[in-house]
Design a protein around this ligand. Structure first.
Ligand code: RNT
Ligand code: ZN
Length: 424
């Protein structure tokens, strides 16, 4: 379909780009060296529309929804790992996996509050072999005890306890991944709890949620192997009027309890952006997790494209020197296109945004701002958008041994024909 440009063309274009950036005192080689060390946590759930292996017939619930029926979704852990391997092979660098509890591997049904590290041994073996770090998530949705729309903030103590136990079990699995793989897992708690219509009591569910979280995090787990995060949301499908775990709720909780806050780019008002929150939140919490996503109208989970906001997120991370305090993950699920391509497109875009940020003449920009020369600041910011960053990106891809430009689609089409189209 689309042949990769000849090596010489990639090299020549890079040489010109390098020279061009040098004039601004930007070192393109150093930018690539930094970029290759930034892991992106690929979310397993794009591979099978958030179904998992616990009960493949169970509908997705919890205010999230995958639409589309593109053929070839992963049905087993083997399928999913094969698809992930393909995706990773088309993304420059070495990356992490973000796994959900429902992706356990067992012969017989295991209740969510009884999951154990051994149910994830297959993932550990695969991650070790491929040098992937792993992040983890309790699955507090798509379950009969979540069908009321409430989990950790449920009025029934028995239901709350079930989910508390599930979250504690998940933290232990995160610790297991962290210890086995030599890199801490971020175990991120997201719950759907909320109301479709206006509640009269916003207070009680929040107090219940706080109490549940206190019980979950009371269990001592080594932060060298497991880091805890909580993820807020403004609204979901069926929880349009009220979500218990709002931004203020979890921001307060993360600060008060010294844990991570997870910011999902699709979880705020349509014109509200997480890029502006990063430096605020990191003033008070040590580390954050990001769910890079793209909201479109009522949906918060479209494939990540190279938007202004994605660039702003990357700029904030790089300009603020926050690379070692921000865990970058993806979160979207599009079932209407090739799922491997969805991962690759979203991840490559995230890396492209990071590269653009790494290619900024940050010192010069800071000086302009400090001396009040906002005119030149604006002019420079706009000119930067036209610099040959694409040539640096192409060179980076070639250097890392992954397809340059849209030629990655050749590999995906070939994979679709050979593997995906044969799945029932
Ligand atoms: C849902 C949250 C959450 C989920 C995953 C599957 O709105 O974004 O992160 O997408 O846990
Ligand atoms: Zn999310």
């Amino acid at each position: 379909m689309t042949n990769q440009p000849p090596d010489k063309q990639i090299r020549d274009a890079y040489a010109i780009a390098k020279e061009r950036y040098n004039r601004l005192n930007v070192d393109t080689d150093m930018a690539m060296e930094t970029l290759v060390q930034i892991p992106i946590s690929l979310h397993c759930w794009q591979g099978d529309d958030v179904v998992g292996f616990e009960d493949p017939d169970r509908d997705l619930s919890g205010g999230i929804f995958a639409t589309g029926n593109y053929p070839g979704k992963a049905r087993t852990a083997g399928d999913l790992r094969q698809d992930l391997d393909k995706a990773y092979s088309l993304i420059p660098g070495n990356h992490r996996l973000n796994l959900h509890a429902i992706y356990l591997e067992t012969d017989k049904k295991v209740e969510r509050n009884e999951i154990q590290p051994k149910h994830f041994a297959g993932w550990v073996a695969w991650a070790k072999e491929n040098r992937h770090g792993v992040d983890f998530n309790p699955t507090c949705f798509s379950h009969s005890l979540a069908d009321s729309g409430f989990t950790l903030a449920h009025t029934d103590e028995g239901v709350r306890n079930f989910w508390i136990e599930h979250c504690i079990a998940s933290r232990k699995i995160g610790e297991y991944f962290g210890r086995e793989l030599g890199s801490p897992a971020v175990t991120n708690v997201w719950i759907p709890d909320g109301y479709k219509d206006t509640p009269v009591d916003r207070k009680t569910p929040r107090l219940l949620l706080k109490d549940s979280l206190d019980k979950i995090f009371a269990e001592d787990i080594d932060p060298q192997h497991n880091l805890d995060a909580v993820e807020c949301k403004l609204f979901g499908l069926g929880s349009e009027s009220y979500v218990v775990g709002s931004h203020e709720f979890y921001m307060g909780y993360a600060i008060a309890n010294n844990i991570l806050l997870c910011l999902d780019a699709g979880h705020f008002h349509p014109t509200e952006v997480i890029s502006d929150k990063i430096s605020s939140v990191l003033t008070y919490v040590d580390e954050i997790m990001l769910h890079i996503s793209r909201g479109v109208r009522w949906d918060s989970d479209h494939v990540v494209t190279l938007t202004d906001e994605l660039q702003a997120i990357a700029q904030e991370i790089v300009r603020g020197d926050y690379l070692n305090r921000v865990h970058i993950g993806l979160d979207f699920f599009d079932a209407s296109i090739n799922r491997v391509a969805a991962w690759v497109i979203g991840a490559r875009n995230t890396q492209r945004a990071l590269l653009m940020a790494l290619l900024e003449p940050i010192e010069q920009m800071r000086n302009l701002e400090a001396t009040g020369d906002y005119t030149t600041r604006l002019g420079l910011l706009e000119e930067l958008k036209g610099l040959p960053f694409g040539a640096v990106w192409d060179h980076f891809c070639a250097q890392q041994g992954v397809p340059v430009g849209i030629s990655f689609m050749d590999k995906i089409k070939e994979y679709e024909k050979r593997i995906l189209s044969r799945r029932g």
